[in-house]
Design a protein around this ligand. Structure first.
Ligand code: 5MM
Length: 338
């Protein structure tokens, strides 16, 4: 793929009114999601659930791409149709999670570095053949009074940049995801400071490793208060702090920023994105790449019962539409009832 094609895929991922569905839960994480509705974590149940999502009528109206897990990108629907083909036929770009998870960082108590670089060149070539046109790698950064260390920020930034360079070599658009976690009692100001340091380290590493920013997508946390902070920042403060932080750190060459939800409720994640797009005045598209904030109510509506598939798909279509409206600042809570 040429440089132009990478740029064109990256731009399609952040097309107006659309965002990305993160359905790349690893086997352990999907076990928790299915467990929450008392559904056993079998291969068929995982397939049935993902098939439900991907067969939603009009999925391509507000979903530009779906991040898949290795098992899912190889899976076929109950009728034998590859799940990747289902997405392609609906005008949705298949993507793939390629990291192998966050592991303890030696010599850095409580901190992690994401692994998965060994053999990545070969894995990317295979995923391209299967149909993936973008990939995702997630680093996690924890906040306490003592961390993150510069060591952890740099180790994760280096790995993200190594991954991104390999993706572009393989004609795959890299989503770079440095997630500053919400866990803890820290303030929104502390989250902003840590997010700023994380993004500075990331864009230094991407420049050093010659990654073409126009062919990348950033998937970050929003600047929010820690989950246990007593004084929670409101919607407008989250929006203003997030924009301020990203204007200071993310080059204008990046086509789009697709936020993760990170433990926010569905409505909170929609409201925050909407408030940012209402403010406007930034050089990138501001979009979504939610996992839980796109799926929570759908999962509940399905409850593992084939008789609930239609109803669950309506719920998923609704959530996607609400976030599609938030892409342009046109969402308001009254539309939830519609
Ligand atoms: C969907 O969850 C993704 C994979 O998680 P595991 O590797 O732990 O199984 C996760 O990377 C996700 O893409 C992001 O965290 C965004 O999801 P949320 O739910 O935070 O929006």
């Amino acid at each position: 793929m040429s440089k132009e094609e990478l740029i064109s895929v990256a731009n399609a991922m952040v097309a107006p009114g659309k965002g990305i569905l993160a359905a790349d839960e690893s086997t352990g994480t999907i076990a928790k999601r299915l467990g929450s509705i008392d559904v056993p974590n079998t291969e068929d149940n995982r397939r049935d659930y993902r098939e439900l999502l991907f067969r939603t009528a009009g999925i391509g109206d507000h979903i530009s791409g779906v991040i898949l897990f290795d098992e899912t990108i190889r899976q076929t629907a109950a009728d034998g149709m590859p799940l990747v083909k289902l997405l392609q036929d609906a005008g949705v770009i298949p993507g793939i999670k390629v990291d192998k998870g966050a592991k303890a960082l030696p010599g850095a108590e409580g901190e992690t570095v994401t692994e998965g670089l060994d053999g990545l060149r070969e894995r990317l070539a295979e995923y391209y053949e299967i149909g993936a046109r973008f990939a995702k790698w997630r680093a996690t950064i924890s906040i306490t009074d003592d961390i993150p260390s510069t060591y952890a920020l740099n180790a994760n930034a280096h790995a993200l940049a190594r991954y991104a360079a390999l993706c572009q070599e393989a004609s795959i658009v890299p989503i770079v995801e440095p997630e500053v976690l919400m866990d803890g009692s820290h303030t929104a100001q502390r989250c902003q400071d840590v997010t700023e340091a994380t993004l500075n380290a990331l864009y230094d590493a991407l420049a050093e490793q010659r990654v073409m920013l126009e062919g990348t997508i950033l998937k970050p946390n929003m600047v929010v208060s820690g989950a246990d902070c007593v004084d929670q920042a409101g919607v407008q403060e989250v929006a203003e702090r997030t924009i301020e932080c990203f204007k200071r750190t993310v080059p204008a060459a990046v086509p789009g920023i697709c936020f993760l939800s990170g433990g926010q409720t569905e409505v909170e994640a929609t409201e925050h994105l909407n408030a940012m797009n209402k403010i406007g005045g930034f050089p990138w598209e501001l979009s979504f790449s939610y996992g839980r904030a796109l799926q929570a109510s759908t999962l509940k509506a399905w409850a593992g019962d084939a008789g609930n598939v239609d109803a669950a798909q309506k719920v998923f279509a609704h959530r996607s539409r609400m976030n599609g409206l938030a892409r342009s600042g046109d969402y308001d809570a009254s539309q939830e009832a519609a």
